[in-house]
Design a protein around this ligand. Structure first.
Ligand SMILES: C[S@@+](CC[C@H](N)C(=O)[O-])C[C@H]1O[C@@H](n2cnc3c(N)ncnc32)[C@H](O)[C@@H]1O
Length: 354
């Protein structure tokens, strides 16, 4: 039987070194020795691997550091400027775990969740395509599985590539050289923006910002900086994200006629793989039913399923694709999605296919 220690070690093996490699190894040994990790994680011994208990625990620990409760540990966190060697870091971490058993047990209840602003780049590339083909420069953005809604702020980020740019140059978030291939920007304005998520995070609260940041790995400096910059923007430009499932929320958003002269854009990134089949099918039905009522662009940054091994409970995915399915009332009932590019998991770079 796979134990939590096995899982911790397997996860440690996914990175060659660094703080999390070292902590995961030490926590595995501590679990086997009946140490403080057992006291914190004992209710999770039989949890499914997909619960990734180790990420919950590491995020809970990072929250203690980010919030200033255990500032002496910051020296180990590269994202906080720390340069201390992770070798032997466990001696400094173990007493911290002992001091915060209750908080860390509560932290295990928090499912890992990230909101990656790098994914605004494929959204922007898809938007340019949809605006150009539809001839409609006013867009209403609707995001499914939006988390904190950071990618709905796409027009407030400076995004640039070879010979082109979009967004305010003074933006705290600058995503440059993020598209491999030619891009021709087209102007657009965002008439409305909103999203839904089963577990939305409120980026306007300290707790929400802390939660999102705590799931970014401390050696992932680019992601940490991107998130920090996007959160600064979100603080002054809050975006509504409703607690709802994709299909039910989209059904209410797309009911009736669409707004006049506006392109409705339904967008989602790295969320469909978490949806049950019924959710995927219901969302497709809602989109299909809305096509003869409003100009509609469906932009997706998702990974098609390659193999679904139900007996093992494991799915394998193809590389993530950026697709745009555009329709106008009176046009094709089910227009084929256009593949614009392949995308790294965190959104950048986008590799255009032509
Ligand atoms: C990996 S995160 C991606 C968040 C965001 N789209 C991004 O790219 O940064 C997946 C998100 O999908 C949400 N989610 C999962 N199933 C959902 C569903 N059926 N309806 C709405 N949101 C869902 C989760 O709560 C989570 O916030």
């Amino acid at each position: 039987m796979t134990t939590l220690a096995d899982r911790f070690r397997r996860h440690a093996g996914m990175m060659p070194d660094g703080l999390y490699h070292s902590l995961l190894q030490a926590m595995a040994a501590d679990w086997e020795a009946g140490g403080i990790v057992v006291e914190i994680c004992r209710d999770w011994a039989d949890a499914a691997g997909s619960a990734v208990v180790q990420l919950r625990l590491l995020a809970g620990i990072q929250r203690l550091v980010l919030s200033g409760a255990e500032p002496q540990l910051a020296v180990y966190y590269p994202n906080l400027g720390g340069t201390a060697s992770p070798d032997g870091a466990w001696q400094a971490f173990e007493p911290v775990l002992r001091r915060h058993v209750g908080e860390l047990r509560a932290a295990l209840e928090v499912a890992p969740q990230t909101n990656e602003p790098g994914r605004s780049v494929p959204l922007l590339v898809g938007l340019f395509d949809a605006v150009r083909r539809s001839g409609l420069a006013s867009v209403r953005l609707l995001e499914l599985g939006a988390s904190a809604g950071l990618n709905l702020l796409v027009d407030r980020f400076y995004i640039a590539g070879d010979g082109w740019s979009a967004g305010p140059e003074s933006s705290p978030l600058r995503l440059t050289e993020a598209v491999l291939g030619p891009v021709s920007p087209v102007p657009f304005t965002v008439a409305d923006r909103r999203g839904c998520d089963l577990a939305p995070i409120d980026a306007s609260t300290e707790e929400g910002r802390l939660r999102l940041t705590s799931f970014v790995w401390p050696h992932d400096l680019h992601r940490y900086e991107r998130l920090r910059a996007a959160l600064r923007i979100a603080a002054s430009h809050p975006v509504p994200v409703e607690r709802a499932s994709a299909s039910s929320w989209l059904g209410s958003m797309l009911a009736g006629a669409g707004p006049d002269g506006v392109l409705t854009v339904v967008w989602h990134s790295i969320t469909r793989q978490y949806w049950p089949v019924a959710e995927i099918e219901a969302t497709a039905r809602v989109l299909a039913a809305a096509r003869d009522r409003m100009p509609l662009a469906h932009i997706a940054m998702e990974s098609p399923v390659l193999r679904d091994d139900r007996s093992e409970g494991r799915r394998e995915y193809q590389p993530t694709e950026l697709t745009v399915q555009l329709s106008v009332p009176g046009g094709a009932a089910d227009p084929a999605p256009v593949l614009l590019g392949r995308v790294a998991d965190h959104g950048v770079p986008v590799r255009l296919v032509s």
